[in-house]
Ligand binder design. Structure first.
Ligand code: NCD
Length: 309
């Protein structure tokens, strides 16, 4: 059976926990499984860390990664996304890693590849899901021995347009986190009936939201997904909604600060907090490679156990 990683919800029971544990084990020196084959990366949206992270993860397992710039591919000659992906799948790579501005694209690609044995890994689709980011964040926290059941996790900023937030909450609920909160300007918070935010407390007052938090995740304003919205300038936003030095100074001594990147210093987070001792930002980046190795092992392991047609 081909294993796709489309979103957290579609992961079979126990697999999120296993991927997190495997990433932590790899980061501590466990031997990676030797894999053979190729990975093709198709990023219809810009990316630095995610793309390089998948690429290094492939290299470290012995898989050969190739990156295609869809803007320079046959997509510009009128070929449908499905046909582009089926063409690439016909060359029999192990997996396609897909990022696209339109929600649902990785699922569509997986549908188009049915029966080919080629896996699809979602590297971010619109504001819908970014499962490897959620898993690597959780692995970063698991590596430090977080107690999920007792954790208070707060996400700050632009949750409305954030695929990171949707996948994160889905995963944290699954891991048994009961105290989930969000805070940000009302225009950047999700609709109250958005099911992705079920069970997440909406705390209008940012200082109240941060009270006794064990984990604070700062999110960038996703300007590329916002058409008409008037937001305060960077300084005013920072004062009202940013993780300022003062706010960080009032956090619990053991509180950890995460950010998926790219970081907009002085907007959603103060430079000194991003670089400070609570910050786990570069640890997240490091863990990202281990987590994506775990994902490729998971995908390749399933492919190996499938008799070829
Ligand atoms: C995030 C993304 O692309 O969704 N970045 C990332 O993958 N680390 C978050 C963002 O762009 O703000």
């Amino acid at each position: 059976m081909t294993r796709h990683l489309i979103d957290i919800e579609a992961l079979p029971p126990g697999d999120a926990e296993r991927l997190i544990a495997r990433a932590v084990a790899l980061s501590r020196g466990a031997r990676p499984e030797a894999c053979r084959g190729e990975i093709i990366q198709l990023f219809w949206e810009p990316s630095t860390r995610t793309r390089v992270s998948f690429e290094l993860a492939a290299h470290r397992l012995g898989l050969r990664p190739l990156s295609i710039d869809p803007e320079r591919s046959s997509s510009t000659k009128g070929e449908s996304l499905e046909d582009t992906c089926r063409t690439l799948a016909a060359m029999q790579p192990t997996a396609l890693v897909v990022r696209h501005a339109e929600a649902g694209t990785p699922q569509r690609v997986a549908g188009a590849l049915a029966g080919t044995g080629v896996a699809v890994v979602n590297a971010g689709d619109g504001a819908r899901a970014h499962p490897t980011q959620a898993l690597l964040d959780a692995a970063t926290l698991a590596d430090e021995g977080i107690d999920w059941a007792g954790a208070r996790i707060v996400l700050l900023g632009d949750l409305r347009h954030s695929r990171v937030a949707r996948s994160a909450f889905s995963l944290y609920r699954r891991l048994g986190v009961e105290d989930l909160r969000m805070s940000g300007p009302s225009a950047l918070l999700p609709d109250p009936d958005d099911p992705a935010f079920r069970g997440v407390a909406r705390v209008e007052d940012i200082d109240a939201a941060l009270d006794d938090a064990g984990v604070v995740v700062c999110l960038r304003i996703q300007r590329e997904r916002i058409r008409a919205l008037s937001l305060p300038d960077a300084d005013a936003y920072h004062a009202a909604w940013g993780l300022t030095e003062e706010r960080a100074g009032r956090l619990r001594p053991d509180a950890r600060v995460l950010h998926p990147g790219p970081v907009n210093r002085g907007v959603e987070i103060a430079p000194g907090v991003a670089d400070g001792e609570r910050s786990r930002i570069l640890r997240q980046v490091r863990m990202g490679v281990w987590l994506r190795m775990a994902v490729f092992e998971w995908v390749a392991g399933a492919a190996e156990s499938t008799p070829s047609a």
